[in-house]
Design a protein around this ligand. Structure first.
Ligand code: NAD
Ligand code: UDX
Length: 482
């Protein structure tokens, strides 16, 4: 029986290995992690991540050919193929801080593999890493090899959160990069056979190592670039009276462009896009390509612009101040169908509003109060400012600047405005008449995800702002529109 071990039981390691176990009953899969709480959760009924369809897959395989363990060394020692799916965040200090990928976790995983291995192994880069990482990993492994042979493969993951199970079951492609030697080709073939259990062969692409590593960064950069492009257009739509949904529909009808990933929004979030583009920017700079670096950096700049533009629009629409006004935040996760808040635009929007002394009431169906508090705790707030304006009812905010509630109606009660920051399906079905009646007047709604029916809400009485849509006369006529 082939044995696979995956180091890192996160958003990628967990679901990816669960699908391999489901589709390859003849393979034993162990997912290991240094985090005891994460592994306990994987072994419980309350999985550590929310991902539609994941529970069923894990329940079907766990204890049969899928195991979650903190005994990292034992499972690495026993494995024929070791996937490394540890986190590779942006460096926060030292050389390349704020841009380069932090490979501390990766390096420590590689050193541990070198320490415990007693037999030849295929080591698979599943994490997103800078191009040429395989060369560095090869050096770590071979310098400590004790005669053991390693083949490094790059097998980047293209799943998106919220649709991970479907993406893994029916991937557009699986990419495997390896050394162009006979041992390298053999290793590529071994990994290809794992995926061939359920992925059609023409969707399994094989390339050299550097192409595979770079393709992952390139794919994320291209995807994020589409969002920044349509978001840049959304600002121009608001200035001219064009409607960004109509523009993106018309643009996407061109088969060379295609309709997907053209939704204007309050900005992209998630653990990957910003991190991977910054990483790409750093690699370009290190390779003496400042113009190329600047080109990709612009994608991030537009994303930051879009978030601050949204905050400015809220503040300027509400008489240029949100101080002590209750604002309901609907959605905190970076997209629907996930509880992940990494780099969510909600953090910047909430911090911007708190900076203007708003009182927030936040509701997200999958994000806990603890998580929201952690995410927002980076700022020092001015808690002592006296209340001059009509405050939102203290019973609903508890006198705090941020309150987390478990119901959208509760969040909106007595609020001056509503911000929609995540496109959860349940927000489309809300009774906005009921919400309007429970709010302070004039009642504002700011849709950062284009999910509401603007005309319907205007008829109810709301002053509506929806990104990239023609502006309400109320907002258009303001002296200092954002
Ligand atoms: P994550 O933070 O959810 O999981 C990483 C796990 O690795 C953590 O549980 C951590 O405890 C563990 N870990 C770190 N060092 C370890 C070590 N030395 N030994 C054992 N365990 C260790 O991260 P993620 O979202 O799963 O991302 C993992 C990688 O995949 C990143 O490089 C990311 O860029 C890439 N990726 C992520 C996504 C996504 O949607 N999240 C998609 C594609 C690729
Ligand atoms: C992304 C890539 O899609 C995936 O291939 C890669 O493996 C990891 O990074 P993820 O970050 O999980 O996946 O989600 P994605 O669906 O790409 O959304 C990222 C952000 O872009 C979200 O905040 C989303 O709301 C936003 N987005 C997406 C838009 O604003 N408009 C769109 O049209 C699409």
């Amino acid at each position: 029986m082939v044995k696979i071990c995956c180091i890192g039981a996160g958003y990628v390691g967990g679901p990816t290995m669960a699908i391999i176990a489901l589709k390859c009953p003849s393979i034993e899969v162990a997912v290991v992690d240094i985090s005891v709480s994460r592994i306990s959760a994987w072994n419980s009924d309350q999985l550590p991540i929310y991902e539609p369809g994941l529970d069923e897959v894990v329940k079907q395989c766990r204890g049969k050919n899928l195991f979650f363990s903190t005994d990292v060394e034992k499972h690495v020692y026993e494995a024929d193929i070791v996937f490394v799916s540890v986190n590779t965040p942006t460096k926060t200090r030292g050389l390349g801080a704020g841009k380069a990928a932090d490979l501390t976790y990766w390096e420590s995983a590689a050193r541990m593999i070198a320490d415990v291995s007693k037999s030849d192994k295929i080591v698979v880069e599943k994490s997103t890493v800078p191009v040429k990482t395989a060369e560095a990993i090869e050096k770590i492994l071979t310098h400590n090899s004790k005669g053991i042979k390693y083949q490094i493969l790059s097998n980047p993951e293209f799943l998106a959160e919220g649709t991970a199970i479907q993406d893994l079951l029916k991937p557009d492609r699986v990419l495997i990069g390896g050394r162009e030697t006979s041992a390298g080709s053999k290793a590529v073939q071994t990994l290809k056979e794992v995926y061939a259990h359920w992925v059609p062969e023409d969707r399994i692409l094989t390339t050299n190592l550097w192409s595979a590593e770079l393709s992952k960064l390139a794919a994320n950069a291209f995807l994020a670039q589409r969002i920044s492009s349509v978001n840049a257009m959304s600002a121009l739509c608001e200035a001219t009276g064009a409607d960004v949904s109509q523009v993106s529909f018309a643009v996407g009808k061109d088969s060379r462009i295609g309709p997907k990933f053209l939704n204007a929004s309050v900005g992209f979030g998630g653990s990957c896009f910003q991190k991977d583009i910054l990483n790409l920017v750093y690699i370009c700079e290190c390779n003496g390509l400042p113009e190329v670096a600047e080109y990709w950096k612009q994608v991030i700049k537009i994303n930051d612009y879009q978030k601050s533009r949204f905050v400015n629009r809220i503040v300027s629409s509400m008489f240029n101040t949100v101080a002590n006004k209750k604002i309901a935040i609907l959605g905190f996760a970076f997209k629907k169908d996930t509880g992940d808040t990494r780099e969510t635009p909600a953090i910047d929007v909430c911090k911007g509003l708190i900076g203007d002394k708003a009182q927030l009431s936040i509701y997200d169906p999958q994000v806990t109060e603890d998580q929201i508090e952690r995410d927002l705790s980076m700022n020092k707030f001015d808690w002592d400012h006296p209340v001059h304006l009509q405050p939102a009812s203290p019973s609903t905010t508890g006198g705090k600047k941020v309150q987390v509630v478990w119901d959208a109606y509760e969040a909106a009660k007595d609020a001056h405005g509503i911000c929609i920051l995540t496109e959860w399906d349940e927000f489309r079905k809300l009774d906005f008449q009921k919400i309007y009646e429970s709010m302070q007047k004039p009642a504002f709604i700011f849709d950062g995800r284009s999910i509401i029916d603007v005309n319907k809400l205007r008829k109810i009485g709301f002053i509506v702002y929806s990104i990239g849509k023609p502006l309400d006369t109320w907002i258009k006529d303001l002296p200092a529109a954002a």
